[in-house]
Design a binder for this molecule. Structure first.
Ligand SMILES: CC(C)(COP(=O)(O)OP(=O)(O)OC[C@H]1O[C@@H](n2cnc3c(N)ncnc32)[C@H](O)[C@@H]1OP(=O)(O)O)[C@@H](O)C(=O)NCCC(=O)NCCS
Length: 209
């Protein structure tokens, strides 16, 4: 199913993620009017408009997207943006999204990802490139699903879960709010609590003594 690309957008974020997102959106015909956030640490293709306070100077008819990967920061910036304007939704045309999937405001789905029937991405979810999300999986608000990861069917991810690059989660799992799943992890049991989980099979990463 194709999703409309917004014709204009303001991006909250000024780092490499913002650069990447602006390039993807520009290539799809969307005009990025500028970036809001800390002083950029990389060359951006459109003007830096200033810190978070400067969002109030941007025409409120222009929707916002958040280019921040860390889920708590995503949540904070999404709330800031939603206070004064609509949140955009960006589904890259090279993503394959079932007509029976639901994608809420503020979500982004990057190229070559597949979102199957009955999936629900709650507000502000980022699905990076080359991700597969199986049938009826529900992904809670502000989760970040890393590049190349695979989620089986009927999984429930809580809010602000971070799934690292290339992680795999088998079907019918529950993952607690604020869990962090390390790059390359294989999750074969539900994750009952926040904290960092790594390895094959995934186990809690014990804090250093
Ligand atoms: C899991 C992760 C968050 C841990 O980060 P951290 O808390 O800073 O942990 P450290 O780097 O200090 O490593 C602590 C220990 O865990 C191990 N470890 C870290 N990440 C691991 C992973 N993904 N798989 C297996 N072991 C891992 C380290 O080898 C180290 O072990 P040691 O104490 O025996 O030397 C991080 O390594 C990770 O995988 N991040 C995902 C990044 C990502 O996918 N980004 C997406 C960008 S688009």
């Amino acid at each position: 199913m194709s999703h409309a690309i917004p014709d204009r957008v303001v991006i909250l974020g000024t780092g490499g993620f913002a650069l990447e997102l602006a390039q993807l959106m520009g290539d799809c015909g969307c005009r990025v009017v500028g970036f809001v956030g800390p002083q950029p640490d990389c060359p951006l293709p459109e003007p830096w408009l200033g810190g978070d306070d400067s969002l109030s100077t941007v025409n409120t008819h222009i929707p916002a997207l958040v280019a921040a990967g860390q889920p708590h920061l995503r949540q904070r910036l999404l709330a800031l943006a939603a206070a004064g304007r609509a949140l955009a939704r960006f589904v890259h045309p090279a993503a394959l999204v079932s007509s029976a999937a639901r994608i809420d405001e503020g979500c982004m789905v990057y190229p070559n990802s597949t979102i199957h029937a009955g999936v629900h991405l709650e507000s502000g979810v980022l699905v990076n490139s080359n991700v597969s999300v199986g049938h009826e999986t529900r992904i809670g608000p502000c989760c970040n699903i890393g590049p190349g990861s695979s989620l089986g069917g009927r999984i429930r991810l809580g809010a602000r879960v971070f799934v690292g690059i290339g992680a795999s989660l088998i079907e019918k799992l529950d993952v607690a709010d604020d869990a962090i799943i390390g790059a390359g992890a294989a999750v074969i049991r539900s994750i009952p609590a926040a904290g960092t989980w790594v390895g094959v099979p995934a186990r809690p990463l014990e804090p250093r003594p």
